[in-house]
Structures are given as C-alpha cells and as structure tokens.
Design a protein around this ligand. Structure first.
Ligand code: ZN
Length: 120
C-alpha cells in the first residue's frame, strides 16, 4: 500500500477513534450521573438498573470498536494494514474505503460467515 493511501486511511481511522473516545466519555458521564441519582421508589430503582445496564453495554461495544481501531493503527505501523489476516491477500481498496477496519478479504469473509451459519 502506498504512503498516500496509508495517509488517507490513517486519517479516516483516527477520526473514527476520536468519535469513539467522545462517545465513551459521554457514556461514562451518563453512568456517573446515575450514581448520583437518589431513586425515590422501586420503579425508579428498576429504571436506574436498566439504564445502567444499557450504558454498560454501549460502553463495552465502544471499547470493542476502539480495540478494532487500535489494531488497524498497529497494522499500519507494522506495514500489514490492508492485508487479509487469514490468507494474507491484499484487501481491495474499495472494501477498505467502505470498511477501513476490515480484517479479512471478501473471500475469507464469505467463508467465515458461511462457517458461522453451518458450524464448520
Ligand atoms: Zn483472505
């Protein structure tokens, strides 16, 4: 992959990383707000518990996204960005433009999805 392309994708991924970090800090603030809540009755207690669970799930999902982003950035440093992690073929640029965090080429992705359904 050329330097220009790495430049393009790294900026794209770093912007994504910034958005994830913003979301994470907003979610953590929400969680903190809940901790200071003084529920007045059982219905509010239940609501708080549900809200907390929803927020925790969102935080987990954002952290998972962040792991993917960091992995892609690490690959850029290693020089393996844009390479399928399964067969090592180059991932087509169009696919990376749509999914900058793609780990697999289309062929391996199809096999993986097929196997997930068929349990092979
Ligand atoms: Zn592949």
């Amino acid at each position: 992959m050329t330097k220009n392309k790495i430049d393009y994708f790294s900026k794209k991924i770093l912007r994504k990383r910034g958005r994830i970090l913003d979301k994470l800090s907003a979610l953590e603030k929400d969680l903190e707000g809940l901790q200071h809540n003084q529920p007045k009755d059982w219905a509010e207690v239940i609501n708080d518990v549900m809200d907390r669970e929803t927020i925790m799930q969102k935080i987990e999902a954002e952290k998972e996204n962040l792991r993917g982003v960091n992995e892609a950035l690490q690959k850029m440093i290693d020089g393996s960005y844009g390479q399928c992690t399964s067969c090592e073929a180059p991932i087509p640029e169009a696919r990376l433009r749509a999914l900058p965090l793609a780990r697999l080429c289309i062929k391996c992705q199809v096999v993986k999805e097929h196997c997930a359904r068929q349990a092979c």
